[in-house]
Design a protein around this ligand. Structure first.
Ligand code: ZN
Ligand code: ZN
Length: 159
């Protein structure tokens, strides 16, 4: 048995990405790899926007343009490696696309943009039912709840 067996699914994701990128004629550039690494090191339940990735990479001494980051994110979404979330108006957030067992939904504060994840299987049940009823093949079922978080509610109430 090999002693340097890949420790986690993340290694498999990276191999998967390399294969996909090669198939599509894209190279897994060092910078794209860095972007993927940022997502893999994120605490669960965190989401990032292009600006935050730009900040993180710039702080780490990388010379990268924001448009390169947008292109890389777009590419990885198309590859099925990242999921694009249209949670806040005019601001797209990204997270690693996890297997369907980890599918979750989002509660979003419309004031400050805070995002809380939650799991609720009944949404997927409704999604499957509706898709089947109309003869659609279900790919993904995302539910987004727009609300005002406790902190922002406090600010609204204060004089
Ligand atoms: Zn999420
Ligand atoms: Zn808020």
């Amino acid at each position: 048995m090999s002693s340097n067996f890949p420790p986690a699914t993340s290694s498999r994701n990276l191999e998967q990405l390399k294969t996909l990128l090669n198939q599509e004629g894209f190279r897994l550039t060092r910078q794209r790899q860095k972007i993927l690494e940022i997502f893999r090191s994120l605490p669960e339940g965190d989401h990032l926007g292009a600006e935050e990735i730009y900040q993180t990479l710039t702080n780490a001494g990388e010379t990268i343009g924001i448009s390169t980051i947008y292109r890389a994110l777009h590419l990885m979404v198309n590859m099925g490696l990242l999921r694009e979330l249209d949670l806040a108006e005019g601001r797209k957030l990204y997270e690693l696309a996890t297997p369907s067992v980890h599918e979750h939904h989002h509660l979003v504060c419309v004031q400050c943009g805070a995002v809380q994840e939650f799991e609720e299987t009944s949404m997927a049940t409704v999604g499957v039912q509706e898709a089947e009823r109309h003869g659609f093949a279900l790919l993904n079922c995302q539910f987004t709840v727009y609300a005002v978080c406790p902190t922002c509610q406090g600010q609204l109430r204060s004089p």
